[in-house]
Design a protein around this ligand. Structure first.
Ligand code: G3P
Length: 242
């Protein structure tokens, strides 16, 4: 199986992360999939945004969990990146799924539950994926082991990935315990030992966020299942010559 290239928060080097502009660009670049983030608004709408606040990526301020979807829709999620993208909006998971299901792309949804657990987010996301018929094309990932555990308890068929920036002790027993089917390690964790251990445990590796050619080539060499990159065009180009 050849390595798949996923666009991290869309083609986020070239367009404002997690907006339709970044997602459309990823499709245009022929990325194999999109990696994006979900949180819940004050009125329990699952929305696509990375940070727990809207401060960095919009023209307003506040916590996602303290604002309604309607309030989030009033913000500009593109102008911070460049004037060319003024008017881009924060979108709901529903709007996003409505779009991606018509493309051939795969999906990696990261549940951002580290700072705030967003009670009920797993069920809400699962309902959305089921409604849009996207379950078979989606991987759920999280740094939060409780979130993965809860998700696999709700649906043990859906693909799940454990996100980590360090190698915990007893990695594979932990993954088994929480029902994680793949490992999503930070690119710096990728070494011979980890690759060998994952092979031995038959655990796919989906490495993030790989932008520099040297690390992209290393992940291709390791035959990672997925490379998650802000520059999917660069990763695809390197893959061609590989
Ligand atoms: O899912 C891969 C990557 O997005 C994880 O790190 O901080 O970008 O959410 P972060």
């Amino acid at each position: 199986m050849s390595t798949k290239i996923f666009a991290h928060r869309g083609a986020s080097k070239y367009a404002p992360e997690n907006t339709m502009a970044a997602f459309r660009l990823a499709e245009l670049m022929q990325a194999d999939g999109i990696e994006t983030d979900v949180q819940l608004t004050k009125d329990q709408v699952p929305v696509i945004i990375h940070d727990e606040t809207i401060n960095r990526t919009t023209n307003k301020r506040g916590l996602v969990r303290n604002l309604t979807y309607e309030e989030l829709r009033q913000t500009d999620a593109g102008a911070w990146f460049s004037r060319d993208y003024a008017g881009e909006k924060i979108i709901s998971l529903d709007v996003f799924l409505q779009w991606i299901k018509k493309t051939p792309m795969l999906l990696n949804l990261e549940l951002k539950t580290n700072k705030f657990p967003y009670p009920g987010i797993e069920k809400i996301v699962l309902q959305c994926l089921t409604y849009h018929g996207m379950k078979d094309r989606t991987t759920i990932s999280s740094f939060n082991t409780d979130t993965i555990l809860r998700f696999s308890a709700l649906d043990n068929e859906i693909d799940t990935g454990f996100l980590t920036s360090r190698r915990p002790r007893q990695l594979f027993s932990l993954m088994e315990e929480i029902g994680a089917k793949a490992l999503h390690p930070k690119y710096r964790l990728l070494n011979k030992k980890l690759i060998q251990d994952c092979l031995q445990h038959q655990v796919p590796i989906r490495v993030y966020t790989v932008n520099q050619p040297v690390y992209i080539l290393r992940a291709l060499e390791a035959n990672c299942d997925v490379i998650i990159s802000d520059v999917p065009d660069r990763a695809l180009e390197l893959q061609k010559g590989y």
